[in-house]
Design a protein. Structure first.
Length: 530
RNA sequence: GCCCCUGUAGCUCAACGGAUAGAGCACAGGCCUCCGGAGCCUGGCAUACAGGUUCAAUUCCUGUCAGGGGCACCA
């Protein structure tokens, strides 16, 4: 028996393509209805097809209903409502059978075998200082998106683009040099637009101790090391680190510029080399090589993205901060100009993070709180959870005090508590060994509702997969935990009739599997005890 | 000036163009002979404003107002 939700969406798409041709209808082909009386799955594709084809949605719904009834097994009834909603009701036996499969296959029931190669590039913060709390959000969201992609069978590479050349880096080095003079009691002067943070002093102290021959290399590796430590604290790892400097040294930037020149996509003005991006819809043309002979960041980025595509990925995903929004068009245009498919690249903008706390400022100084301070303060799991608790495009207010609250009204603990409660009952269950056939004794509506909720993880993951919004997983887990706690108050598990006990234990195991699966995808360890 | 994001309940946020606009917090009251009370139950006329598109708009479009961010031969 296959994954029910996936089968429905798949059939629906096939039927629509067959009967109405390819229509520009986007992936959410249906939804979990807002009310239980509308069934287990509801689709309004008939309404959408109706508006494209200028036909009455009801007759379209009738055609879809008929086809769905032919193809799908395990559906009790399909009804059409008002303008053209199609509601599907799962049969009781289908629910029970699905749960049996889940007990057998565990979380693999929800996984999938896509075979794409996906490159996800995120954080990529310039290595001139420690990571900020906004980088933390990008790191967590990127990591979870990557987890879900992997869970669906994709081969994923997590990559960090290291912007290790240019003016900002030079400024950092100068700042370190001046701080070294200061520490050694010599005359010094920090550049006005240099780096003033305390960490520069720490680096200067180390540099004085170690006396490196190559100061630039030393400083960069010091900062890189700090960045890696911060990411590790958040449980985020990268498979690849790509250096802009190396890209330039290997001649990849020169090559791509030469290619653009050959294609007539570069011209000289005021001693600089320009890319005529206005031809492709940009507001103004962009500089590739400055009049001083240096390549711009944009030039390297074209080379970098070309390199990504040529490494054989089917999909590129970039996570950027909102300060890069104006840059999206440029990069996409450059890919198009080079003859690549435009939709190979998805760019997600991850909005900023505001910190809310009683002690608003960093302990160290009057500066804003750093990522490492935040993670040390609230812990890895809470940090990951709260970073994911809003849609990517929403401003996120990170309430440190609430995240730390381990006792009251903290949704992370609410979910963890549900998992721990189930583990606890399994410690008390005696010698019983779970058998999937016990499930056949589940009968009352409350029990079936829990199975429905368990199955909905499929739908939820599908959504995260297509939208790159991990927040849906958080919402699902809260909802699942809530239904579990309710059920647990209303129905006794142990000490009932033995058949009922067994059936309910099997049911709870299903809940445990989905909670555990969801938490793991979030990078949070499910708690067995609290 | 141009671009992006945001404006929903006292607060923080949902609603994937659709079916009665939902949660949590806070506040008030109830529930332990019982598997973990870190729980459950009860209490809600809120879409900034004005137009428009649609069978259907919190969602899309236009304008106004308010908040945040961004505008380089920086990265």
């Amino acid at each position: 028996m296959k994954n029910l939700y996936r089968e429905i969406c798949f059939s629906l798409r096939e039927i629509v393509n067959k009967r109405f041709g390819k229509l520009p209808i986007l992936p959410p082909w249906g939804e979990i209805p807002p009310q239980a009386s509308f069934g287990d799955f509801s689709t309004m594709v008939a309404l959408k097809i109706g508006s494209y084809l200028k036909k009455g949605p009801f007759s379209i719904a009738c055609i879809l209903k008929e086809e769905l009834e032919k193809r799908l097994k395990g559906i009790e009834k399909i009804e059409i409502v008002k303008p053209g909603f199609i509601n599907l009701f799962f049969a009781r036996k289908t629910l029970l059978d699905s749960l049996k499969v889940i007990l057998k296959k565990k979380e693999n029931y929800f996984s999938f075998r896509e075979k794409r190669r996906v490159l996800i590039e995120f954080v990529s913060a310039i290595p001139t200082g420690p990571l900020s709390i906004a980088h933390g959000r990008q790191a967590v969201v990127g990591d979870i998106v990557a987890n879900v992609l992997e869970f669906f069978g994709n081969r994923v590479v997590r990559e960090y683009y290291l912007n290790d050349v240019g003016r900002q880096i030079d400024l950092l080095i100068t700042s370190v040099e001046e701080r070294m003079k200061e520490i050694e009691g010599k005359a010094f002067s920090l550049p006005q637009d240099g780096y003033w943070g305390d960490y520069v002093k720490d680096i200067a102290k180390e540099a004085i101790k170690k006396r490196p021959k190559n100061l630039k290399g030393f400083v960069l590796s010091y900062i890189l090391n700090e960045i890696k430590k911060d990411l590790k604290k958040l449980g985020v790892r990268f498979e690849r680190w790509v250096s802009q400097k190396e890209l330039i040294n290997k001649g990849k930037v020169e090559k791509v510029i030469a290619l653009l020149e050959r294609k007539g996509l570069a011209y000289v003005k005021d001693g600089a080399l320009w890319f005529p991006s206005t031809k492709f819809g940009d507001d103004k043309d962009r500089v590739l090589r400055k009049s001083d002979g240096e390549f711009t960041y944009f030039a390297s980025d074209i080379a970098y993205h070309k390199d990504k595509v040529e490494r054989g990925f089917d999909k590129l995903i970039n996570l950027w901060g909102p300060d890069h929004h104006g840059y999206i068009k440029r990069v996409k245009i450059s890919l198009k100009a080079l003859g690549f498919k435009e939709d190979i690249l998805d760019i997600l903008i991850i909005q900023l993070v505001k910190i809310k706390t009683k002690e608003r400022m960093s302990r160290r100084r009057g500066t804003a709180i750093s990522l490492s301070e935040l993670v040390e303060d609230v812990g890895k799991d809470a940090a990951r959870f709260y970073y994911t608790s809003r849609k990517n495009s929403s401003h996120l207010e990170f309430d440190i005090d609430k995240a730390k609250e381990a006792s009251f009204e903290n949704p992370l603990y609410y979910i963890q508590y549900a998992h721990a409660r189930i583990c606890s009952i399994f410690r008390k269950k005696g010698k019983r060994k779970l058998e999937p056939c016990w499930i056949d004794f589940l009968k009352d509506e409350k029990e079936l509702l829990i199975i429905r909720k368990i199955l909905q993880l499929s739908y939820c993951l599908e959504r995260v997969y297509y939208t790159f919004e991990p927040v849906f997983l958080i919402e699902y887990l809260k909802d699942m935990a809530n239904h579990f706690h309710k059920f647990y108050e209303e129905r006794k598990v142990l000490g009932e009739d033995e058949k009922v006990t067994r059936a309910r234990l099997a049911l709870l195991e299903g809940v445990r599997i989905v909670l555990s699966c969801g938490l793991k995808l979030l990078g949070i360890e499910p708690a067995r005890r609290m």
